[in-house]
Ligand binder design. Structure first.
Ligand code: NDP
Ligand code: OXD
Length: 318
């Protein structure tokens, strides 16, 4: 049996050679193939570990048993209409989850503690200490209460924020006010000062961060104007609406890790807007070693007859 490794990511973390070496070390008795190797002997390929593979590639391997996506979000993979209907496993691991929680908590605190003001004051050598409200005065709303939303929510609760979350199905979570489904959306927004998006990109969530959503956020919070943080997927947001909402004061500030087009094009006005913070889709760049351990652990468990974990529901799209 062989493992196909097909990787097309940008940045150092996604270089194909180190991934091949990591898997070869962890599975010394198996063949670990690049797409070119695998196409020489397609029937031997039993597993595929992929990040943004060429559309159509995986349909070539008739004996494929499991596809492992090397990230948490599977939206890019599911746009391939020829993707074999074998189990598709996504990454869920502590390393990735904790890194996302760091990102969310850091950016919530930056907005809450007015850090942009202090950076500007330092540049102007100004000593001025404005009133600071407590975390308990700020209502954070998490769009998505999955692996990532729940963990970030727990830490935000511990710090003292008023935390609510919105998911597809109803939930009960300690310390987090839970809303669900289209019926719960408006009430969730109406109590939210600081909106954090950690949703997967699906046909139901595409463009959900739009003008109407921003207009429905609370306008009586201590932050003055609502704030948006999006670390889910760029397709959740309508960037023209974000810019218009910042310009007319519907939103006070935004932090974006993900974009409609990545890398963010040079001509995007988001780059230079004073109330926009941009990070290059690295909110939760997980350790390649930890991801490789996770995939190999799943392969060995599968071969020992145990069920695969974190299998994507193709009908829901996440
Ligand atoms: P999960 O699948 O564990 O959670 C998804 C959450 O979104 C669930 O709570 C789900 O509801 C909710 N949801 C999905 N569709 C809807 C809908 N139509 N209406 C309401 N709620 C909905 O995913 P993770 O938490 O692991 O990851 C979330 C996303 O974060 C990934 O899909 C990926 O796009 C992104 N991501 C970004 C990274 C980055 O570096 N920027 C890194 C890793 C992930 P329910 O619980 O009811 O199913
Ligand atoms: C992921 C990502 O989905 O890196 O894991 O965005």
């Amino acid at each position: 049996m062989a493992l196909l490794l097909a990787i097309n990511g940008a940045g150092e973390n996604w270089a194909q050679r180190p991934w091949s070496e990591r898997f070869a070390q962890r599975l010394p008795s198996r063949a670990v193939w690049t797409p070119a190797d695998a196409l020489q002997n397609p029937d031997a390929v039993r597993y595929a570990a992929v990040w943004k593979p060429e559309p159509g590639l995986l349909a070539t391997f008739k004996n494929l048993e499991v596809i492992f996506n090397l990230g948490a979000g599977v939206d890019a993979l599911l746009t391939d209409t020829t993707l074999p209907r074998v189990p598709l496993v996504r990454v869920v691991n502590d390393d990735l989850t904790k890194r996302m929680t760091e990102y969310v908590v850091m950016h919530v605190l930056i907005h809450h503690r007015k850090q942009a003001l202090f950076v500007a004051q330092q540049a102007a050598k100004t000593w001025n200490a404005p009133d600071q409200w407590a975390a308990g005065d700020v209502r954070v709303g998490l769009l998505g209460l999955g692996e990532l939303g729940r963990d970030a929510g727990e830490v935000l609760v511990r710090i003292g924020f008023q935390v609510a979350g919105w998911s597809r199905r109803p939930k009960t979570l300690a310390g987090i006010e839970c809303f669900s489904g289209p019926d719960g959306f408006k009430a969730f927004l109406a109590r939210t000062d600081l909106l954090v998006a950690l949703l997967p990109l699906t046909p139901d969530t595409a463009g959900i961060l739009n003008r109407q959503t921003f207009a429905d956020l609370a306008r009586d919070g201590v932050l003055g104007k609502p704030v948006l943080i999006n670390a889910g997927r760029g397709g959740l947001q309508v960037e023209a609406d974000i810019l218009a909402a910042l310009d007319d004061g519907t939103l006070g500030a935004v932090t974006l890790d993900v974009f409609e087009t990545e890398p963010l094009p040079q001509q995007s006005r988001l780059w230079s807007h004073p109330n926009v913070t941009i990070t290059p889709h690295n909110a939760a760049d997980s350790s390649p070693g930890a991801i490789s351990d996770y995939v190999v652990g799943q392969i060995l468990a599968h071969e020992a007859g145990k069920p695969l974990r974190n299998v994507v529901d193709r009908d829901k799209g996440y």
